[in-house]
Design a protein. Structure first.
Ligand code: CAO
Length: 435
């Protein structure tokens, strides 16, 4: 058997009315006795309104923002009432218990009032000091406090999204979600000098300690963070750039008079943009906090530049709107600015993808490290001259080694293979590159 029990608001002290700031349950919810049903706010304090019965919510009679007066109906609860062992009704027992409780409460009212006053003052003091400590304007109901305590969350770090910046349960969940995401997405603690015990190398022989530049320190931290937090995979490819090189030599001769230096890199930059247009997920950033992949509709390419002060990555803007010659000119300009330390922080942000070219220096292949928040980086190594036997005899091919490191959370191996095959195709067919 079930019985419908009305839950009416009582004991609102000296106030004419109080506000219902949140409804914590919904129709059909199973509730326990003493479980908070509503958060009620008076001019003095905010508190949870507990359920006087265990049962199922039959009806919620108020909405968030409702004002209620002493005795107003808040909800109706369906209560199971038969106790088969004693034959007595469970809610009769409950009522009896609550009446006894009420009586004893009345008897000790003076004592309780003092206790309550102290409790409320302490609560007010606690939320005030938390607010002062972190300069937060939000506050929360006791049930949200309890919930945050269970999760080990400091409410002073959360900005409330509720009425009058009140912190809701959803705010706490959101905070936890974001923090977990941040921890797994790029915020892992990086060992500092304090964590690592310095070795006394002088016990092995003569040494010299050289101060790291600021750029080197920042680069070291960024590299470590990227390597630790992004699952890197590197895909290697060879592009036959024999025709492209012939074209470049010709063009270089023509541009010499204008003092324009045209290196293979300018063509790689243009070919990369062509591949990014074809495979948009390579021109993206992963926002794990909101579980979204942000696709970029612009084509800005970062170029790793080796400078005497350390590695810098200036960004070439809107490469899709520029010719190869314009790219070649800008490549020289930005690398000079970087080497002369005249590059601004703004000029080093907003890249779609970065190219790290060791082509002038040597090496067969390498694993470049992704420049977050980008999701891939292209490494270029020194061209190899390869003898190939054809129908007309032995021909020399110029082979450009490419190394694509990608974030395996965003890009899978098949995507990388398709991307590199396309890129190779563009570099091998100069018409695709020119047009
Ligand atoms: N294969 C063969 N030769 C190549 C080549 C390649 N892949 N790439 C460039 N070259 C040649 C150029 O044609 C040029 O030849 P000439 O002197 O005969 O004209 C020569 O190498 C020097 O080129 P460059 O280095 O001046 O110009 P670039 O456009 O190739 O590169 C830049 C510009 C800024 C990327 C480069 O100077 C640089 O700093 N590279 C280092 C990047 C780096 O450190 N990456 C690692 C990052 S992780 O630690």
């Amino acid at each position: 058997m079930a019985d419908l029990k009305e839950v009416c608001i009582t004991d609102i002290e000296e106030f004419d009315s109080v506000d219902v700031v949140s409804v914590l349950v919904a129709d059909g919810d199973q509730v326990e006795k003493e479980q908070p049903l509503f958060t009620i706010e008076s001019e003095k304090a905010m508190m949870d309104y507990p359920s006087p019965h265990a049962g199922v919510i039959n009806k919620i009679a108020v909405k968030e923002g409702s004002q209620v007066k002493e005795g107003d109906l808040l909800a109706v609860i369906e209560v199971k009432s038969v106790d088969t062992t004693t034959g007595s009704s469970l809610e009769q027992e409950e009522e009896k218990t609550s009446k006894i409780k009420q009586l004893s409460l009345n008897k000790a009212s003076e004592e309780k009032k003092v206790e309550k006053y102290i409790e409320k003052s302490l609560e007010a003091h606690q939320s005030q000091s938390a607010a002062n400590q972190e300069n937060t304007t939000g506050y929360a109901s006791p049930s949200v406090h309890e919930y945050a305590r269970e999760l080990g969350v400091d409410l002073s770090h959360i900005e409330g999204s509720g009425r009058q910046q009140r912190i809701t349960k959803e705010d706490v969940q959101d905070y936890v979600r974001k923090n977990v995401a941040a921890k797994s997405d790029g915020m892992l603690a990086i060992p500092t000098s304090k964590d690592v015990k310095p070795l006394d190398f002088s016990s092995f022989g003569e040494t010299e300690a050289i101060e790291l530049t600021k750029i080197q320190i920042i680069t070291a931290k960024n590299m470590q963070s990227s390597w630790q937090n992004i699952p890197h995979v590197t895909h290697f490819e060879h592009a036959d750039v024999t025709l492209l090189e012939q074209h470049r030599q010709q063009l270089s001769e023509e541009l010499k008079s204008k003092e324009i230096k045209l290196t293979p890199l300018a063509f790689v930059v243009k070919a990369l943009v062509s591949a990014l247009k074809q495979f948009p997920q390579f021109n993206s950033s992963l926002d794990i906090a909101v579980e979204k992949l942000i696709l970029k509709k612009y084509f800005h390419i970062g170029i790793a530049v080796d400078t005497p002060h350390g590695l810098l990555v200036p960004v070439l803007r809107d490469v899709d709107k520029k010719t190869t010659t314009q790219v070649a000119i800008e490549l020289v300009e930005i690398s000079n600015l970087a080497r002369e330390r005249k590059i601004s922080a703004k000029q080093m942000t907003g890249g779609s993808m970065t190219i790290s070219s060791l082509g002038a220096l040597g090496g067969r292949a390498f694993t470049p490290i992704i420049n977050p928040p980008e999701v891939a980086v292209l490494g270029v190594s020194k061209m190899i001259i390869r003898d190939t036997i054809t129908e007309s005899g032995v021909e020399q091919q110029k082979i450009l080694p490419l190394s694509l490191s990608y974030d395996h959370r965003v890009i899978n191996g098949a995507d990388a293979a398709r991307f590199c095959t396309y890129l190779k195709g563009v570099l091998e067919d100069i018409w695709k590159l020119i047009l």
